[in-house]
Ligand binder design. Sequence first.
Ligand code: ATP
Ligand code: MG
Length: 576
Amino acid sequence: MRASKYLVPTEKENPADAVVASHRLMIRAGLIRKSGSGFYFYLPLGLRVLKKIENIVREEMDSTGALEFQLPILTPSEFWETSGRWNVMGAEMFRVKDRHDQWYALGPTHEESFSYLVKPLLKSYKDLPINVYQIHTKFRDEIRPRFGVIRSREFIMKDAYSFHLDEASLDATYQEMRSAYRKIFQRCGLKTIPVQADSGSMGGSASEEFMVVSSIGEETLLLCGNCGYNSNSEKTPFVLDPSYSAQGPKEKKEVPTPNKKSIQEVSELLGVRPQDTIKAVAVKNEKESLIVFLRGDLELNEHKLKSYLKWTDLEMIPEPELKSKGLVPGFIGPSDVNSSFKLLLDSSIKKEEAYVVGAGKEDAHIQGYVPGSEIKMEYMVADVALAREGDPCPTCGTSLKAEKGIEVGHIFKLGDKYTKAFQIQVLDQQGKAKILTMGCYGIGVNRTMATVIEQCNDDKGIYWPISIAPFEISLVTLAKGAEQEAKVLEFYENLKNEGFEVFWDERDLGPGFKFKDSELVGFPIRITVGKKFFESGEISIYDRKHDKDESFTFSGFDDLHTRVENLRQELYQELL
Ligand code: ATP
Ligand code: MG
């Protein structure tokens, strides 16, 4: 490819709205341009990277025996009504109406479409298991599109769905996808960690997210350096430190706490630790209201609560509503909860020990409150606290370490939610009709591309893993006059004919400019044939990632091919 016939619209300045490295560099390197909030144009250089990632994903999926499809992006509302998600999906789903007043969604995910499609195709257990996938555009009207293509409203996802007669078969495919994902990300040069994830209120028995540790990550990961237990903090069980016991005053009495509503204020005033107090969090969904009591130093994990209660939505109850139902916000204790609410005690609370709790009236708390003997109404006990760095690992007890992470992929055992809704059943070995069980497996292709840049950039720009670079090699030449031009053309033709993927920068620009461009765009290998070649026969090969420049006297194309191929192989080796 000749640069003069290509488009290399590099920019010196950082775009004003780009706050993360990948977004800045994708724009500056001329890979993408913004179209609107959360959607982007892909330019030729950027598209080549995207297609290479897609191909890696496709090769690894195909090698597991998964079958590639392409489904319409426009999905009829009936599909979503069948699964019950037309309402549940809320504002994140883009909806459009056709001229006949029929509603459609621009698919944010395709469980329903694939379910509709495979139902009549699967007739007997002999057709199973089957894993179907596509690599296609998804639409999600994200509340906060940001970080360029990392969280956009239109993006490309590889989404796969598997169908099985039983759990064992689902598990086998799940494990197969797990190892395919490792290979995919490894081949893309991306270091990922699979972490246990929240399966959500939609049911499903197992779920793992593939995370890239990054300071810009929106997820909090809790990792155990000892046993390798890794999880998204949305999911991590809170494990009580074995040495913990409540150490507040044992004598039960009401104590004045004027204007002290926060745990911090109350514990300072009374001289107790926050973990010797109990706080109330009031939540509701459309049907019921609930007061959750947690140890004062802990926060509510809404994901765990929703999943325990099987709620699909959850919101905080506003203070006026609490007041109208007879509670005093800031001073709610477990004994004040009335029949308008359900009551839940977080399992971190030791029911037989004494805590400081709200007194149920303004400006007062109760000390020496023992939940086990004081609470008269029925209550639930569940682990709904957010685990933190330093808390014990749920598997081995070692202190957990926290990191921020970007989710690039997700594998999920869905169970029978969709197969039941769509009545996907086959005849089993005994000739009996059986509803299938299902898994789903997603990878964000554009997000993967941006995340690689988050890991592979320096002050000069991007250094692509060779497997997904827009071109493996850039050839920078500087020639004056017909004779020199003929000579550099020979270099290009020769490398190209040898099968190398070469981007030839023969533009009529200064060397500094061309070098900067090649480093910004991030071609892994750069061959320079310039002034020195015409003076003394010297050319150079530059390894962008390791910032190593090797100059040598050109002694023929065979030698050049060997040197380039060796470096190329070395760079591919690093991905293994
Ligand atoms: P997130 O929590 O980041 O919103 P999600 O749980 O909604 O992700 P899934 O529904 O599991 O994501 O989608 C599968 C994959 O699609 C994700 O792992 C991610 O790589 C990608 N993805 C999801 N939402 C977006 C988005 N708005 N922009 C780009 N990629 C996305
Ligand atoms: Mg999302």
